[in-house]
Design a protein around this ligand. Structure first.
Ligand code: MG
Length: 530
């Protein structure tokens, strides 16, 4: 009996191990090669760390201008006569300072143990004897003076040593002296959090409201003399960089410029000249090799066949695909803005898929996982490609010409699909086909009328508020694909104008990238190992 139990447990364990990986899904990686953080020896408990700048070690006040007027004691200094300013200037910093209020009862309210730490000489963290000494809350110890009372009163009695640990981010100003980002401060008073990333409204003053005036990136630290003999010791500071950067900015910084590849080695078909506009090309964005999944996508930006929206419908899309391990190639195809009508854009689209498939090995791609993605008029081009591909010329001497131009899957954002309809985007159609295209050509390039069971699987998304290219286009394509038994998924979001790209500005529609990832995953397009 016991043996049977053991076997059952063993089988359960094996089962859990076997399903463990798929259940957890695929690891997401940011695509950033982070610098290894430098090592800092932290020193004794309470510091100073080895990279700290020692401003006062208990003996020497030479790091401060005016420090000669403060009275040195045994391992401490007592404020006197004037405030002091560090000779060195600081911006973003971590500051440690220890102080003791005068042990003798000196006065009441602001008149007892008053001093202050002025970051950059203008942003005060209050020092006061606030032990059983009421005053206005935004003026008590560890207040950001007249701006933010401490979260709690963590003061020790007068005469006892106290610590203040401050993390300060300097304000950032633009070249025109306007404020880009306010200063912020975090304070631990005797190890207790009393200010948490408080954003200052400006410099702190007794007699005027807070206000910012542009100043240098670094300025001296000032310690106030307010008439009270406050003791200080162990003052050290670390320069740090708290420049705010979002993950996305980091990713953009990190990304190297895309590699540009001529689409046609020789003269492109239908070429009208040999200028830059006559030479379509791809911009290639390869993922980090360790996150690469072996899938490639040619991106066709929109622009009404008169221009190309290569930012939000090109590079931004490519960077996103790169971040999920997919190789992306933004296709700079010919269009009316460069003097080209049908069939030049379609020829370029076919060539782009063939080229990517030919280079699959070099770019770590599987030749049967080359998709197309298009937006607006670029969505029309991708749909035309998916309904007018060819198998390639097996006998061609050019290896690219031997490849099939059929995309293995299609992702379309707010695509133009149907031509010659009352709801057709007129300018795009005119740019592609001229003023009076004949009925056969209109039919041929109305992708919903060209779907067959060979059309590759399609992911579609659109927004209901799109008046440029109405969602009827996606709906017509969806119905045609369904009739032909082609796998298709359609998302129509209520909100959002035309031309959203990644749609970061519209929270509901921004969901499309997640839906697209789920769809691609369900089709095995994001599996790292086939
Ligand atoms: Mg003060």
């Amino acid at each position: 009996m016991q043996n049977i139990h053991c076997l059952v447990y063993l089988f359960i364990a094996i089962f859990l191990l076997a399903v463990d990986k798929p259940l957890r899904g695929q690891e997401w990686k940011s695509g950033i090669s982070w610098k290894v953080p430098p090592t800092v020896s932290p020193g004794p408990v309470g510091g100073p760390p080895h990279d700290a700048i020692i401003l006062f070690d208990g003996k020497d006040m030479s790091a401060f201008e005016g420090g000669e007027n403060w009275r040195l004691g045994d391992g401490y200094v007592v404020s006197d006569k004037n405030g002091i300013s560090s000779r060195q200037a600081f911006g973003d910093c971590q500051l440690h300072i220890e102080f003791a209020s005068p042990p003798e009862d000196q006065g009441i309210g602001q008149g007892r143990g008053n001093s202050g730490i002025y970051l950059m000489g203008r942003y005060e963290v209050q020092i006061l004897d606030s032990f059983e000494n009421p005053t206005y809350p935004d003026g008590q110890a560890a207040a950001i003076y007249k701006q933010s009372p401490p979260l709690v009163n963590a003061s020790r009695p007068p005469g006892q040593w106290q610590s203040m640990d401050i993390i300060f981010r300097a304000p950032r100003f633009a070249a025109d002296e306007s404020l880009l980002r306010p200063a912020s401060v975090t304070v631990l008073h005797n190890g207790v959090v009393v200010q948490n990333d408080f954003e200052l409204e400006g410099s702190t003053a007794w007699d005027s409201p807070p206000a910012y005036r542009a100043h240098a990136d670094k300025l001296p630290l000032h310690i106030q003399y307010h008439g009270d003999p406050v003791r200080f010791r162990n003052i050290w500071i670390r320069e740090i960089d708290l420049a705010p950067k979002k993950l996305k900015d980091k990713q953009d910084d990190h990304a190297s410029p895309p590699k540009r590849i001529d689409l046609w080695g020789a003269t492109p078909p239908h070429a009208k000249g040999d200028a830059a506009k006559d030479r379509p090309y791809l911009e290639l964005y390869l993922p980090e090799s360790e996150s690469a999944v072996g899938t490639g996508v040619v991106i066709f930006p929109g622009g009404g066949y008169g221009t190309l929206a290569k930012g939000h419908e090109g590079a931004e899309i490519a960077r996103w695909l790169q971040s999920i391990g997919v190789a992306a190639a933004v296709c700079d195809y010919r269009h009316q803005g460069k003097g080209y009508r049908h069939p030049a854009p379609l020829e370029d689209a076919r060539q782009a898929v063939r080229l990517m498939r030919t280079r699959a090995k070099d770019w770590n791609l599987q030749p049967d996982r080359i998709g197309a993605m298009g937006f607006s008029a670029g969505g029309h081009l991708a749909s035309a490609l998916a309904t007018h591909f060819d198998d390639g010329e097996p006998s061609a001497s050019d290896p690219i010409a031997r490849q099939s131009s059929r995309p293995d899957f299609l992702v379309l954002g707010y695509p133009l699909i149907a031509l010659g309809q009352p709801f057709t985007h007129a300018r795009s159609q005119r740019n592609l086909l001229g003023d009076n295209p004949d009925a056969d050509l209109l039919k041929k390039l109305s992708s919903e009328r060209q779907v067959t069971s060979d059309t590759p699987p399609v992911f579609l998304w659109h927004t209901g508020e799109d008046t440029g290219v109405v969602p009827e286009h996606s709906i017509a394509f969806y119905e045609a694909l369904r009739k032909a038994d082609v796998p298709v998924e359609l998302h129509i979001y209520e909100r959002g104008r035309h031309g959203l790209g990644l749609a970061r500005s519209v929270p509901t529609a921004a969901d499309w990238t997640a839906r697209c990832v789920a769809w691609m995953r369900s089709r095995g397009l994001l599996n790292q190992n086939p």
